[in-house]
Design a protein around this ligand. Structure first.
Ligand code: T46
Length: 131
């Protein structure tokens, strides 16, 4: 359903740097990067699954929680470091919540934005899992 990933931090007296390279830290062909920020602490985002999309999620600032649900198991992952993230497979329901002030969630995706890849209804998600 998901995998924890850690990135090398290059740190000196000026601070730290993390680099993500396709084929090394990013285990798929990268087609899109987007950022989610300015989310209120009581707001919940996601609430959908993707039919095909694979993604890498990293909180590059602040922290948030991600509920992942493959229809059988549910797990909650805390994203709280710019040097740690998760890769999330297709057909996983996700909900992001508990965003800290100043949280910036970076997501790298293996495809461009296609609304037809989204399943935004939980019952439909369960039905499609059975196919
Ligand atoms: C995901 C989680 C982690 C675009 O026009 N282009 C884009 O690349 C994206 C991602 C979204 N949009 C539009 C579609 C909606 O009108 O931006 C609006 C907000 O998107 P959405 O409500 O899907 O945002 P989240 O935060 O619920 O979900 C997003 C991603 O959409 C989704 O793929 O896995 O973050």
């Amino acid at each position: 359903m998901y995998k924890n990933v850690s990135f090398k931090e290059i740190t000196d007296q000026r601070g730290s740097l993390v680099a993500l390279e396709q084929g090394i830290e990013i285990p798929f062909d990268m087609k899109r990067v987007y950022f989610i920020y300015g989310v209120g602490g009581d707001d919940r985002r996601g609430l959908h699954a993707h039919r095909n999309l694979k993604q890498l999620m990293v909180c590059v600032s602040g922290n948030c929680k991600v509920l992942l649900d493959d229809g059988g198991e549910k797990v909650v992952v805390s994203l709280n470091s710019p040097s740690k993230g998760i890769t999330v497979n297709s057909m996983v329901w996700r909900e992001m919540y508990d965003f800290s002030e100043g949280c910036v969630l970076m997501v790298v995706a293996d495809d461009i934005y296609r609304e037809c890849d989204y399943i935004r209804d939980y019952e439909l998600f369960q039905e499609e899992l059975k196919k």
